[in-house]
Design a protein around this ligand. Sequence first.
Ligand code: HEM
Length: 238
Amino acid sequence: MNAQPERRLAMAAAVGLGCVLLVLFVSAAIRLGAEVFTASEMKILRGVHRSAASLEVLAMVAAAWLAWRMRANQPVIALAAALTVALSVLGILAGQQPPPLAAYGNLTLGLALAASFAWLLGRTSDSKANRVAHLAAALVVVQVLLGAWIALYSETLWSWALVAHALLGLALAAGAMWLAARIERAAARFALAGLALAVPAAGFASALFDLPLGATLAHAAAAALFVSAAAYGHARIA
Ligand code: HEM
């Protein structure tokens, strides 16, 4: 395959991933900080949200065009395009005060879109099927569905869902640590190990101190990065 369009596709996927992570972070800040931020701060957050979401659409179109020309990675591009359309429609229909189901859809589909771009970035032609990587990906999906349920539906913080989420989170973080210890490149090794520590640390700080804004926002951001790292790793291994 020609290296130039491949590099451009990676660039479009990286821009798309960056935009989705920014949208996810700002969405969490808007949702969690409704009582903390002033009206003008909220306006800025909404402006950043809108700009990053629009840039993501451009990155998506560029990635789709490049992948179509290269005849490569078409299923994951089709998935990312479908998620982009679904998120845009949901955003237009649900407005600024989305009901819980729309917020749940927004969060989980947004994380799936970040994972699609990260997967696209990590994909290489010599990847092989790997059952452990598929199982780990399935567990990350369960973890995200549980986390989003706790954040948007759970009436009491300490519930069976939080205990399951905390235990599965610790197991996933331990798995990520194990993987990090085997990565040769020091920067990638430390980045993954740092994430594997940050996600549960922020999660426990959030749960134990009754959801303070800083810890809860840090957990949402670190979780989105963890999901993206898991998708990238899955594409490299499986
Ligand atoms: C790999 C590990 C983990 C992942 C991928 C993960 C993922 C998530 C996600 C996606 C959310 C929804 C975030 C949002 O509101 O935008 C969430 C919420 C939450 N998680 Fe985790 N989590 C992990 C580990 C943990 C651990 C170990 C704890 C410790 C108790 C924890 C506690 C929480 C709490 C309390 C919430 C609700 C926060 C809120 O109300 O917004 N998480 N998690």
